[in-house]
Ligand binder design. Sequence first.
Ligand SMILES: Cc1ncc(C[n+]2csc(CCOP(=O)(O)OP(=O)(O)O)c2C)c(N)n1
Length: 333
Amino acid sequence: MGHLAIDAVRCKGCGLCIDACPRGLIKKSGKLNERGYEFVVLQQDAGQCSGCTMCAVSCPDQGIEVWNDRGRQSFVTTSGLTEKMTHYCPGCTHGVIHRIVAEVLQELGVMGRTIGVAPVGCAVLAYEYFSCDMFEAAHGRAPAVATGAKRARPNSIVWTYQGDGDLASIGGNEILHAANRGERITVIFVNNAVYGMTGGQMAPTTLLGQKTTTSPFGRDAATSGHPLRVSELLASLGTPAYIARGSVHDGAHVLKTKKLIKRAFELQRDDRCFSMIEVLSTCPTNWGLSPCEATEWLEKNMIPAYPLGVVKDSFAPPSHVPTAPISVPTGGV
Ligand SMILES: Cc1ncc(C[n+]2csc(CCOP(=O)(O)OP(=O)(O)O)c2C)c(N)n1
């Protein structure tokens, strides 16, 4: 059994929680909140809530709290985020990624010695939302700023938050060399396949055939090349690293991606290696889709092009050694 509370003021009415609830207990209210969004409410039969937390895990605005038999799952007050409401569009999954990064930093108990670096892009105001120290870097330069911070304060946990335009386009050179130098930083690379902030232009990660404002007939490999798989590219370097790709298109994947992010920060805490987690993310506004359509589009189109999982783990435990006796050919001698 569970019980949940919806914060009508934080809610932007994106509807991702409606999709996430396996029992269909959440619906649109038909009313606007003070910010002009049609907020969601619980159905009459909310007593059916199992406490699975998927609604809260999927909410980009930290607008839902769940109580279940594991206690109070509070997604605003204990998450490591400030209480400030974000400027992101309804249904944009930047907010989900913010929360899982902040939760990991809280869980590892390192928030007080953490320095984040915000990018230029939709996440330019990320410094408003995390309860750690934050820098703002020039477009694409977050890995250089993070390198300086980490070398000056090696005991700090230093991380960057970067979009695909920021990291893979103007900052392509920066990320390549920071990874090759093996800087002990953690990079959260948010791949939404477009330049979100500036109006949906083609990014290096835009899919073949994907229409954007600068590829109105779809990305064409003959003139624009193929989608850049930055994770695989960096994994090919000889320098030890932890590189993985997750997605936040549904609650189960949000939780899996959080585990990848946790391992990345643990490796940095233990002074092991450079780490980068690429997170497939939505941009409903620039994709021209509703938030729920955008998560479906991501699953159907982005995951085949950008396979999920660990791409490189230089510190993975040794692979399984068979315990069954190895059969030795007998006879003859
Ligand atoms: C030096 C410089 N060049 C270009 C820009 C314009 N600009 C701002 S954000 C951005 C791309 C943002 O896209 P992305 O990094 O994918 O992040 P998103 O907004 O999608 O989260 C660009 C090209 C800029 N601000 N500074």
